[in-house]
Design a protein around this ligand. Structure first.
Ligand SMILES: Nc1ncnc2c1ncn2[C@@H]1O[C@H](COP(=O)(O)OP(=O)(O)OP(=O)(O)O)[C@@H](O)[C@H]1O
Length: 341
C-alpha cells in the first residue's frame, strides 16, 4: 500500500514523506506524540493521518459496533447476531451472539455450556430471518469426545424448540451434514486446525460459526505454573488467530471456558466459597474476549410436566453493547431455554 492511496491533505502527505516513514503500517506502530515529533504536524493532522492509515489497512469494513446498540440490528434476522434459539435468552443478548468477535461462555461443569454450544450449531443453519446465518458450524473438541447422541436428540427436538420456524423448513435442513467436528488434543494440532482447516471451511462458506470446547483444557494441561510467560504468549497467538478469523469472515466465535475457584481470604485460608468462581486463564485471555457470559447452576429445580431440570442462570459478565444482566434458564430435551420468573 502506498501513500497516495491515503485520502489526505497533500500537506500532511508531504510531511509524512519528509519524515521518511517507510510504510502506512509503520504509521500505526508509532505513537501519536512520536508522529508529531517526526513530522512536525499538529495534533489534529496526526489524528487525520492515523484515521486514514487505519482505514486503509483494514481489509474489510468494520463491524458497525455502534449499530449494535440500535434497534435495527437487535432484531433477529439482522445478520449481525446469531440467535440462541430462545426468545428470552435472545432478549438478554439483544438478538444473540455478535458476529466479528470472541464470545466466551464459562461456567462450572454440568452448567450447560456444551448444551448451549450445540444449540448454536443448529441455530446457525437457519436462514437469517429466523436468526440464523444460513451456514454450518465447526466444533473443535479439545478435551471430551463430541456429544453426538445429544446432538441427534437436539435435532429431533428442533420442532419443539423452534416453534417460530415452519416445520417444513426444519425438516428440509440436514443439520448433521453441516457440523464439522474437529479434535485437537494439543496446542500444535489446535493451531494447525485453526490455521488450515477452519479458514478453508469459512472461505468456502461451509461454516459461519466456530466453537472451541474448551479453551482452558489445553492451556492448563500443557503448561506448569512457572511457564506462565510462555503460556501467555501461546494464548495471545491463539486468541489473535481466533479474532482474525472472526473478523475476516464476519463469523461468531464461541469459546467455552472452565472456571477456577476464588479464595475468600487474602491468604486463601478460608477456602473457596461455593459460588465464588472466575473464568480460567486470567487477564491475558480476558483481554482478548469481546463478550463474556457465565452459566451458573443454581440449587433450585424447575419442573415441566414429567421433566425436571436444575435451574441455571445465564449472565452477561461484560460486553460492549450489553448491560450486566442475567436470565434464568433450564436444559430440556429440546435444548436450553429461558425460564420466566
Ligand atoms: N437430554 C437431556 N435432557 C435434559 N437435560 C440434559 C440432557 N442432556 C444433558 N442435560 C443437562 O445438561 C447437563 C450437562 O451440560 P453440559 O454437558 O453442557 O455441561 P458443561 O457445562 O459443558 O460441563 P463440562 O464443563 O463438564 O463439559 C446435564 O447435567 C443435564 O443437566
Amino acid at each position: 500500500m502506498n501513500w497516495d492511496q491515503l485520502e489526505l491533505d497533500p500537506r500532511i502527505l508531504a510531511a509524512v514523506r519528509r519524515a521518511k516513514l517507510k510504510s502506512v503500517r509503520e504509521v500505526l506502530c508509532v505513537s501519536g506524540l512520536d508522529l508529531q515529533r517526526l513530522t512536525g504536524l499538529s495534533c489534529s493532522d496526526i489524528r487525520q493521518l492515523l484515521t486514514a492509515a487505519a482505514t486503509a489497512c483494514r481489509r474489510h469494513p468494520p463491524i458497525p459496533a455502534l449499530l449494535l446498540h440500535r434497534g435495527e440490528c437487535c432484531r433477529l434476522g439482522s445478520g449481525f447476531r446469531l440467535s440462541v434459539g430462545c426468545p428470552l435468552l435472545d432478549k438478554l443478548l439483544r438478538g444473540g451472539l455478535p458476529v466479528g468477535g470472541i464470545t466466551e461462555l464459562s461456567g462450572e461443569s454440568g452448567s450447560g455450556k456444551t448444551q448451549l454450544a450445540l444449540q448454536l450449531c443448529l441455530c446457525a443453519q437457519y436462514p437469517t430471518q429466523y436468526g440464523g446465518l444460513n451456514s454450518g458450524a465447526v466444533y473443535i473438541c479439545t478435551e471430551d469426545s463430541f456429544p453426538i447422541r445429544r446432538l441427534q436428540q437436539l435435532i429431533r427436538e428442533q420442532p419443539c424448540l423452534r416453534s417460530d420456524v415452519p416445520p417444513s423448513l426444519i425438516s428440509s435442513l440436514q443439520f448433521s451434514d453441516h457440523i464439522y467436528i474437529e479434535h485437537a488434543a494439543d496446542l500444535d494440532s489446535l493451531q494447525v486446525c485453526l490455521s488450515r482447516r477452519v479458514p478453508l471451511l469459512l472461505a468456502r462458506g461451509l461454516v459461519q460459526l466456530l466453537v472451541v470446547d474448551s479453551v482452558a483444557a489445553l492451556f492448563r494441561s500443557e503448561f506448569q505454573a512457572a511457564d506462565w510467560l510462555e503460556r501467555n504468549k501461546q494464548l495471545l497467538t491463539f486468541s489473535s488467530t481466533l479474532r482474525h478469523l472472526s473478523q475476516e469472515f464476519t463469523t461468531p466465535v464461541l469459546c467455552i471456558n472452565q472456571v477456577t475457584n476464588v479464595f475468600s481470604g487474602s491468604d486463601g485460608s478460608l477456602g473457596p466459597l461455593p459460588s465464588n468462581v472466575t473464568p480460567a486463564l486470567g487477564l491475558a485471555w480476558a483481554n482478548q474476549v469481546m463478550v463474556r457470559l457465565m452459566m451458573r447452576r443454581l440449587q433450585e429445580t424447575v419442573v415441566r410436566g414429567e421433566q425436571s431440570s436444575a435451574l441455571r442462570r445465564l449472565e452477561v459478565v461484560f460486553a460492549p453493547h450489553l448491560p450486566r444482566e442475567g436470565q434464568d434458564a433450564a436444559v430440556w430435551r429440546e435444548g436450553v431455554r429461558g425460564v420466566s420468573t
